[in-house]
Design a protein around this ligand. Structure first.
Ligand code: SAM
Ligand code: MD0
Ligand code: SF4
Length: 352
């Protein structure tokens, strides 16, 4: 294992068998070696800087029926809301003032906005957020048409987030019911063609094998995803996977560390949406360099997999997470540093 970690830390490619060995580590002394190698690689590429993402889940209506999601169309238990533009803008301002570096505008595939005549309303809303906040923006709207994605690009959206969850087609079909695998993957390639950055993401503990994870790493490499994430599956009330026997979240931590070793200069989130504030430290210690799912408290905005955990208590705010960053020997980057990272990465696509 030592030899594999040294190999990885010096930037040498790992064989599938070596990745699988690392995924199988269970002993704390061993996993700690993996995490500390990942931290070294993060420090070499990003120093002590951590980027912070504000999360605005502005509509929880969705036309899809993903097996894992609280907000799937058929689930009566998911709380539905569609926030009015004024409230979204106000929240964007509040998050910006609090010190986040990016705003992630997320929605279910809300039929209201997906109605062709209303897509312009969505574009103008996002444009207003960009203008008022003056921060880089990510959109997570689900599957849109090429023209619609181009529309987002033209108004100045920097990032397109769209997670495959798995690159095992059979498992994908059981998770994203009735949704085309290739269409979803191709849209991320199209984002790059437009000159936007793309985020790819995985679920862990949802029945995937270690080989599936290796295959996902290869797919992420091929896609040249700019940000790569993994989140432990959290079973949701009222869904077909409500009683699913999931696994320890240690698996997510090992995948984060492996992502850091395999994609040293990319962004890797530590999401507050899995284990809340209590789970932040271990994710940063595994090599993540972005804190995501920072949510404005007491405004009725929700998370995705932990829809309410720590939100109103203020645990998912910039001031709430600062002590954890500090305890890990890390600091919040400057907004200029984040903008610079985004611009430099985007230049790579313009010249392709
Ligand atoms: N509706 C859009 C879509 O699905 O692309 C945007 C929402 S997207 C940010 C929701 C993501 O949260 C999913 O792609 C999945 O990775 C994650 N997620 C949803 N439900 C989850 C759960 N129960 N446990 C863990 N992650 C979950
Ligand atoms: C997060 N709850 O960062 C958010 C969400 C969507 N782009 C991100 C899954 O954890
Ligand atoms: Fe809809 Fe996204 Fe949830 Fe799937 S994951 S049901 S597309 S909100």
């Amino acid at each position: 294992m030592h030899a594999t970690l040294i190999k990885a830390a010096t930037g040498e490619a790992l064989e599938e068998q070596e990745i699988i060995c690392l995924l199988k580590l269970e002993q704390p002394e061993e996993t700690e070696l993996l995490f500390s190698a990942a931290r070294k690689v993060r420090e070499r590429n990003f120093g002590h800087d951590i980027f912070l993402y504000g999360f605005i889940y502005f509509s929880t209506y969705c036309r899809n029926d993903c097996a894992f999601c609280l907000y799937r169309r058929s689930n009566q238990a998911g709380k539905r809301y569609r926030k009015p533009p004024a409230e979204i803008l106000e929240t964007a301002g509040q998050l910006t003032k609090s010190g986040v570096h990016l705003l992630d505008l997320t929605m279910g595939e809300d039929p209201y906005y997906f109605n062709e005549n209303r897509f312009d309303q969505l574009l103008s809303l996002v444009e207003q957020v960009i203008k008022t906040a003056g921060l880089p923006v990510m959109i997570s709207p689900g599957v849109v048409s090429h023209d619609q994605l181009q529309g987002f690009h033209e108004i100045g959206v920097d990032w397109y987030a769209l997670y495959q969850e798995t690159h095992n087609r059979e498992l994908y079909c059981k998770l994203r019911l009735g949704q085309d695998y290739d269409e979803r993957l191709d849209l991320k390639r199209y984002a790059h063609q437009l000159g936007m950055l793309a985020e790819e993401g995985l679920l862990s503990g949802i029945g995937e094998s270690n080989e599936d994870i290796c295959h996902s790493f290869a797919a992420m490499r091929e896609l040249e995803a700019d940000q790569v994430r993994v989140m432990s599956f959290i079973p949701q009330v009222g869904t077909p996977l409500e009683k699913f026997h999931t696994v320890s979240h240690l698996r997510e931590l090992k995948i984060i560390a492996l992502m850091r070793l395999l994609f040293p200069d990319r962004l890797i989130p530590a999401s507050l949406d899995v284990d809340g504030l209590a789970g932040l430290r271990q994710r940063l210690n595994a090599g993540a360099n972005v804190v995501t799912s920072i949510i404005a408290p007491r405004r009725g905005f929700q998370g995705v997999s932990q829809s309410t955990l720590d939100v109103d208590e203020g645990g998912r705010t910039v001031s709430g997470i600062m002590p954890v960053l500090k305890a890990c020997g890390l600091q919040s980057a400057t907004a200029a540093r984040y903008r610079q990272w985004v611009d430099q990465r985007k230049r790579a696509y313009i010249w392709k």
